[in-house]
Write a protein of this length. Structure first.
Length: 471
């Protein structure tokens, strides 16, 4: 048995982990690389394996850095099943359709404005027409919490999903292989969520003995502050734009971070801690994803029901909040006067409508740009939080005068203590591979775990590395 790390290793994007055993190939996730445009384009265009040889894909969740290249796989000959939870399937359909739409829209914008390089850097990897045939490959299996147990996905290979608590539908996958000496199990956290955060259930511990664990390490080198501290930072940001009659622009992922931010704004507004100013979610995708949240109301944790106990209360809807849809509505926000909050994708400012809001908003000193999540290396978001005084957007340079802030307290990723706690609850571990983290983060959590579980072997793979798990 061999595992090869084709992405999400040595970095936080492009997750692809290939397991080979007795002639069968199982791929864990198939996500987009994000970052420096030319480098990401090359990595996303050239899959490091022949998709037609992959038997099944096990999808942890529907963020694009985990699912964004599934349509390309199908176009290049993949004909197997894609296993996911029901909510992940529903969300992935919307995410992939939106991804295709953005690729087409960005290409047409760059082509129309004759921006150099559009022919090679922005030609769509797939289109909206490719999404239906991709979705036909999906097969769903539910969480253990909802009655989902072991299910055979290939001869001699069983699958079980635990709730990862990261976003709606996210799963910790456990693969059970029948071998000559009995059983061999591999666990994969995907992106692991946090404890005691609103809306979703806490990550569910794996209750089975596991030999090898693939564990994310995004925030392996830090401990998150409390939600109360996040509230105070948001309150300060809203007060700033109210005093200056300006705009609070929040780049946020349409899935997960947007809903968490809206939830918090709802609470702060209802309690009177922030004024009831106009709030716009300028992301058609976020609106469509919110509809999926309504469908899976049973996947909300008990805390969310306690926070909004009144009959008819919807955590993600309130009267000064508007979900925009049309391009005209979006464009009108650039001319509107503040104070207002604009929440728009993408979270790392690498595409989508937020780029147009940044184009119009970065030059004004009174505006505030608030990042609420992890910013990968070489992304526009990373450059802004690191203090860039000018940035390029759609081939043109813009001066950065606006105030730039970030908060990690709304992160949907477990911190170092939460990762350590999760690993400590797994029985039978022999090896742990730290993936989905930059080197500094992965080394930090590895150092911590070597002290707590010294008999386990720990590895930090690079992209392209292979390891023999069973000989």
């Amino acid at each position: 048995m061999k595992i090869t790390f084709h992405g999400g290793a040595g970095g936080v994007t492009g997750s692809k982990h290939l397991i080979e055993h007795r002639g069968k190939k199982i791929l864990l996730d198939c996500g987009f690389f994000q970052g420096r445009r030319s480098e990401a384009r090359k990595l996303n265009s050239e899959l490091p394996f022949d998709p037609s040889t992959i038997d099944v894909v096990v999808l942890s969740h529907a963020h694009l850095d985990h699912c964004g290249l599934l349509p390309l796989m199908v176009n290049l000959g993949f004909s197997g099943k894609i296993w996911s939870t029901p909510a992940t399937k529903d969300v992935a359909q919307k995410m992939l359709k939106d991804s295709a739409s953005i690729q087409e829209s960005d290409y047409n914008y760059l082509k129309k404005n004759r921006i150099k390089g559009h022919e090679t850097l922005a030609k769509p990897l797939y289109t909206r027409n490719d999404i239906p045939k991709t979705m036909r490959r999906f097969v769903t299996h539910d969480y253990v919490r909802n009655g989902g147990g072991w299910l055979e996905i290939l001869s001699g290979v069983r699958l079980k999903f635990y709730d990862a608590g990261h976003i709606l539908g996210s799963a910790v996958s456990v693969l059970d292989f029948r071998i000559s000496k009995g059983k061999f199990r591999i666990g994969y956290t995907g992106d692991l969520g946090r404890r005691d955060v609103p809306l979703l259930y806490d990550p569910q511990y794996i209750r089975d003995r596991v030999d090898v664990l693939l564990c994310e390490s995004t925030y392996g080198n830090r401990v998150h502050h409390t939600s109360e501290e996040a509230d105070e930072k948001i309150i300060d940001a809203v007060k700033h734009v109210c005093a200056n009659k300006s705009k609070l622009i929040v780049p946020a992922f349409s899935l997960g971070r947007t809903q968490a931010f809206v939830y918090t704004l709802h609470q702060l507004t209802d309690s009177g801690r922030i004024p009831r100013i106009p709030i716009y979610v300028d992301s058609p995708l976020a609106g469509r994803v919110t509809e999926v949240f309504k469908k899976y109301r049973d996947d909300y944790d008990l805390e969310s029901r306690a926070d909004f106990p009144r009959k008819g209360d919807v955590p993600l809807m309130f009267r000064n909040l508007k979900y925009t849809q049309s391009r005209d509505e979006s464009m009108s926000l650039n001319q509107a006067r503040g104070p207002m909050v604009i929440i728009s994708a993408s979270g790392m400012a690498e595409g989508g409508r937020v780029l147009h809001h940044l184009k119009h908003g970065l030059r004004a000193k009174k505006n505030l740009i608030l990042f609420t999540g992890y910013q990968a290396e070489n992304t526009l978001g990373r450059r802004l939080i690191e203090g860039a005084r000018s940035v390029r957007i759609y081939g043109r340079t813009y001066t950065v005068n606006a105030r730039i802030e970030k908060i990690n307290e709304l992160s949907a990723h477990a911190d170092s203590e939460e990762l350590s706690d999760y690993i400590n609850h797994i029985h039978g571990l022999k090896k742990v591979f730290f993936v989905h983290g930059e080197k500094e983060s992965a080394r930090a959590v590895k150092k911590m775990m070597k002290k707590r579980l010294p008999l386990v072997q720990y590895h930090i793979p690079n992209r392209g590395d292979s390891y023999e798990l069973l000989k």
